[in-house]
Design a protein around this ligand. Structure first.
Ligand SMILES: [Fe+2]
Ligand SMILES: [Fe+2]
Length: 169
């Protein structure tokens, strides 16, 4: 609990807590999206990409830690029931019914793009008003940008590989 933390806050606390709880729900869903996708995945480059996806998953959990700590510091209540994750999250959770690697990667890519929008929103909302949340949002945003970049690179590599195979036929 932090009395001063709340006193210095120059943004609408309820509004901010809503955004942070949505982000927290999204991080858990992103974690599971990566974690289950990495395990089901089949196709080219699976052996190289699987451990990378598990690293992304761990980083999403670390984001959840940063967010939940800030919610508690602001005397908010973090989402308490996993049933609420999909209700609070604006980013979709896509069931990885098709295990083909490109399908899994595209599901993760969609999630990353949504996460980038979320942290862009929180950074804009807190910029110059709540330095602490702003700093957390930018730190996470930078990692989500790296995640997006990684996934795009893998998708491009798989495309290149497929083109090379076609030439060999
Ligand atoms: Fe994240
Ligand atoms: Fe991410």
């Amino acid at each position: 609990m932090g009395k001063e933390a709340i006193k210095i806050l120059a943004v609408d606390r309820d509004e901010l807590l809503k955004m942070l709880n949505a982000a927290l729900a999204e991080e858990w869903l992103a974690y599971y999206q990566y974690w289950i996708g990495a395990r089901l995945m089949e196709g080219p480059m699976r052996a190289e990409i699987e451990p990378e996806l598990l690293i992304h998953a761990t980083q999403e959990l670390n984001h959840a830690v940063l967010i939940v700590n800030r919610i508690i510091q602001l005397e908010g209540t973090p989402v308490l029931n996993p049933k609420d994750w999909t209700k609070l999250a604006h980013c979709d959770y896509d069931e990885p019914k098709d295990p083909y690697i490109e399908v899994i990667l595209n599901q993760n890519l969609k999630g990353e793009r949504c996460a980038i929008e979320r942290y862009e929103q929180i950074a804009n909302f807190t910029s110059g008003k709540d330095h602490s949340t702003y700093q957390i949002a930018v730190q996470i945003l930078n990692e989500e940008l790296e995640h997006e970049h990684d996934i795009q690179d893998w998708i491009n590599d798989i495309q290149r590989m497929k083109e090379e195979w076609k030439k060999l036929r």
